[in-house]
Design a protein around this ligand. Structure first.
Ligand SMILES: C[S@@+](CC[C@H](N)C(=O)[O-])C[C@H]1O[C@@H](n2cnc3c(N)ncnc32)[C@H](O)[C@@H]1O
Length: 299
């Protein structure tokens, strides 16, 4: 039988809601207050604090920094999967990537930077790494460069350099992503050709191969802050903004604009949209896949 929790007054709830919003941008409207209350009760019990006001005081104190991170981790929804939203991944693989590689090669710029913002346990950035390795390999077959005689062929053909930054606000999901080990159930979206080339079977789990792992760099970033990865060609931020209110979403879209290279692309989740929110991006739509491209202001 569960013990009744400590009472939470409307004023305490408001204080805690405001603190969470200020710290990470997550907005708990009426539909999600029950979830917030349940998680707060859980943390209160764990910390052995006797009132929500004392818990709030702990969170805003210097000693409460770790507890604040723990609370935020408890409030995030970490659902994710490999090849999530196939139409969007096709758009990235077949059109966006090809377009970027062509533009870059014309300028003799062989670097590619991709950021998975709100990467959860790593399935999204590893999917991007597989698509980039395949896409770049195929592009290179058609557009070979003189310096490419090394054997065995590296995953990323030189002089191309790929950097995929995978960031999240939760340290525990970042650790899982960094390990890169997934269960059969988590692998359900990964077909056999990807499994064979990019994973090793370890017992009944699948481990991301070293060469692919090296393309992805996991790092802590809170999207609420200004200190974010810069000069990206592509940003994926899917199923994250939906937990923010409109004001915070608009601020984030502006930050993404600044974090992208000219003509860079932003991919957001299926239930998220930039329509009516900004003039700084234009929609790109192909075969049911949608992305947003940075609009360059002509002077
Ligand atoms: C539902 S998952 C989405 C994972 C992946 N992008 C996808 O679509 O499959 C949302 C992720 O966003 C992260 N997140 C939420 N608020 C954040 C913030 N302020 N800064 C960084 N990450 C945040 C959560 O920790 C969670 O892992």
């Amino acid at each position: 039988m569960s013990t009744p929790g400590v009472g939470l007054t409307a004023a305490e709830l408001k204080l805690l809601q405001a603190l969470v919003y200020q710290e990470c941008g997550m907005h708990f409207d009426e539909r999600r207050t029950q979830f917030l209350q349940d998680r707060l009760q859980r943390r209160l019990k764990e910390c052995r604090v006797d009132s929500f006001y004392s818990y709030y005081s702990l969170l805003v104190s210097h000693e409460g920094k770790d507890e604040l991170s723990r609370l935020l981790e408890n409030l995030t929804v970490n659902e994710t999967s490999f090849f999530r939203n196939k139409a969007q991944m096709e758009l990235f693989h077949k059109f966006v990537l090809e377009d970027i590689l062509r533009r870059k090669q014309a300028r003799r710029d062989y670097s590619l930077r991709i950021w998975s913002a709100g990467c959860s346990t790593g399935q999204e950035p590893y999917t991007l790494a597989m698509l980039v390795a395949d896409g770049l390999g195929y592009y290179n077959l058609r557009n070979p460069l003189p310096c490419q005689t090394r054997l065995p062929k590296p995953l990323i053909p030189p002089p191309w350099r790929v950097e995929i930054t995978a960031s999240d606000i939760s340290y525990s999901v970042l650790r899982t992503g960094q390990q890169g080990i997934y269960t059969e159930a988590q692998m359900s979206g990964v077909d056999y050709s990807y499994r064979l080339r990019y994973f090793d079977k370890v017992g009944d789990h699948y481990a991301v191969k070293k060469a692919l792992k090296e393309q992805v760099h996991f790092d802590f970033h809170n999207l609420k802050t200004e200190y974010l990865p810069q000069r990206n060609d592509v940003i994926f931020c899917r199923n994250v903004m939906m937990y923010f209110d409109q004001a915070e979403q608009k601020r984030l879209i502006d930050k993404f604009y600044r974090c992208l290279n000219p003509e860079g692309h932003l991919f957001v989740g299926h239930a998220e949209s930039l329509l009516g929110m900004t003039e700084k991006f234009q929609m790109v739509h192909r075969n049911s896949g949608t992305a947003y491209q940075r609009v360059e202001m002509r002077s």
